[in-house]
Design a protein around this ligand. Structure first.
Ligand code: 8DG
Ligand code: MN
Ligand code: MN
Length: 441
């Protein structure tokens, strides 16, 4: 017995969208192990493994919502979603402090696969081929691989930059630049950082920015004009503008929008921009007004409170940074171009990366949504991916409804359910509201 055993039997709601799952929790020892099993299954990447991967993730997600540290197997008795394999892993960690299977999984192959699949544009199929060729480092791939995919060319060249996590200051700096240009083009625009930063993460692999305008149709054409302005400022390295492929039928029938798939049909730009090195380091900047700290973050249904520091969200207000001057780095580039080629030809991403430069490359996703889909888009692009899977499965199985980033469709009544706020999205699904920082499944 320990002080927590009195809390049992603990009943957690079955779906993660019915529970709070915060970044900080009591069971990292177990969830880290289960997520290595998940990652390994994902990297192996065949049909059977992908369902095993999801099973590991669901179990991990349950442990993240537990309001106490797990100390005995009996505490798992009333919990769903924890299968026999997961139970064996948990038991071994309880007894030995570690799990042999998990340790053995993290072999050379696994380490290499993680390194390679962390490259922008590289999936597990290509990573496997590289390992079969005997490659084990980024350098070997940089020197030996010629790709027709712009993402891979830039991803390889700027691997060091892109593998340095983006911090909150950088995310807000990027948001501020995008907001300034977007507001000039389209006054009244609504612009929001989504993704991990909105869930309270302090670091991320990219910055996700969702945009809309409350007047129907005003958002059309915004993204192309915005990109032109960012291009003129010299901050775009590369990227791809995807046109919207949305039509109303997609609310009901679309395999891409299944509970599994996370892809949607919004107009979006996925790319890489450059920001000054100094924008996350300048001590003269005052960030005190930039965070809205949520004073208390309570696990719903479990009565557990978590430290404030894990519960901040990125500001929705613009900040007042001085516009940073990139002229110097642009000079460097044009000098390098002239030296290298004596022409106006582009220098290669690899050469650009090797320059002595005062900027760092950052991955950015820009998404534009029509206003009538905006709050569904906001939920979808806030994530996380596991939260999306779960809430979409919940909608389908428990309500007979189809949820996507474009909307919610009642398959029995044959009608779409509009939402004018994020809270309404949850109300429409008969769910208690889950705050963004409670969606870290
Ligand atoms: P990180 O960048 O901090 O590492 O994590 P993240 O912000 O949670 O992940 P992300 O890969 O940037 O994705 C953000 C959310 O966007 C994620 O929950 C899935 C969601 N999403 C959609 N539609 C699409 C889509 O078409 N492509 C991608 N990549 N993500 C999408 O709702
Ligand atoms: Mn992200
Ligand atoms: Mn993203």
């Amino acid at each position: 017995g320990n002080e927590n055993s009195g809390r049992n039997p603990l009943i957690l709601p079955e779906y993660a969208c019915q529970r709070a799952t915060c970044l900080k929790h009591f069971n990292h020892k177990f969830t880290k192990a289960l997520e290595i099993l998940q990652k390994h299954a994902e990297l192996r990447d065949n049909e059977r493994d992908s369902s095993r991967a999801l099973a590991f993730r669901r179990a991990s997600c349950v442990l993240k919502s537990l309001p106490f540290p797990l100390t005995s197997m009996s505490q798992l008795k009333n919990l769903t979603n924890i299968g026999d394999h997961c139970k064996r892993v948990i038991q071994e960690i309880l007894e030995d402090g570690e799990c042999r299977e998990v340790n053995e999984l993290q072999d050379d192959w696994f380490q290499k696969m993680v390194v390679f699949t962390n490259i922008f544009g590289i999936g597990s199929a290509t990573a496997k081929k590289w390992i079969e060729k005997g490659w084990s480092t980024i350098k070997e791939a940089q020197e030996g691989y010629i790709s027709s995919d712009w993402r891979v060319r830039w991803g390889l060249a700027f691997h060091t930059d892109l593998n340095t996590p983006v911090n909150l200051q950088e995310a807000q700096y990027i948001q501020q630049i995008v907001r300034k240009e977007a507001e000039t083009i389209l006054p009244g625009i609504i612009l929001q950082i989504t993704g991990g930063f909105r869930r309270g993460k302090e670091e991320g692999h990219d910055v996700d920015i969702l945009m809309t305008h409350p007047e129907e149709g005003k958002e059309v054409g915004l993204l192309a004009r915005l990109l032109q302005r960012l291009q003129n400022k010299g901050i775009i390295l590369c990227g791809n503008l995807e046109k919207s492929t949305y039509s109303d039928e997609m609310l009901t029938l679309d395999s891409k929008l299944s509970a599994k798939g996370q892809l949607d049909h919004f107009e979006k730009w996925l790319g890489i921009i450059k920001i000054p090195h100094s924008c996350s380091e300048n001590p003269a900047m005052d960030y005190s007004g930039s965070l809205s700290i949520i004073s208390s973050c309570v696990h719903k249904g479990t009565g557990c409170s978590v430290d404030n520091s894990t519960c901040c969200t990125a500001s929705e207000q613009p900040l007042n940074y001085q516009p940073l001057n990139l002229d110097e780095s642009l000079d460097l580039e044009s000098k390098a171009k002239k030296q290298k080629l004596g022409t106006e030809n582009e220098i290669s991403p690899m050469e650009l990366a090797k320059l002595d430069r005062n900027w760092i490359a950052r991955r950015v996703d820009l998404i534009v949504s029509p206003y009538d889909q905006y709050f569904y888009a906001l939920v979808g692009w806030t994530g996380n991916k596991q939260f999306n899977r779960d809430i979409r499965t919940y909608a389908q199985r428990e309500l007979g409804m189809k949820l996507s980033s474009h909307g919610l469709y009642d398959l029995n009544k044959n009608c779409a359910l509009p939402a004018r706020s994020e809270k309404e999205v949850f109300q429409n699904m008969k769910l208690q509201y889950i705050e963004p920082w409670e969606r870290n499944c």
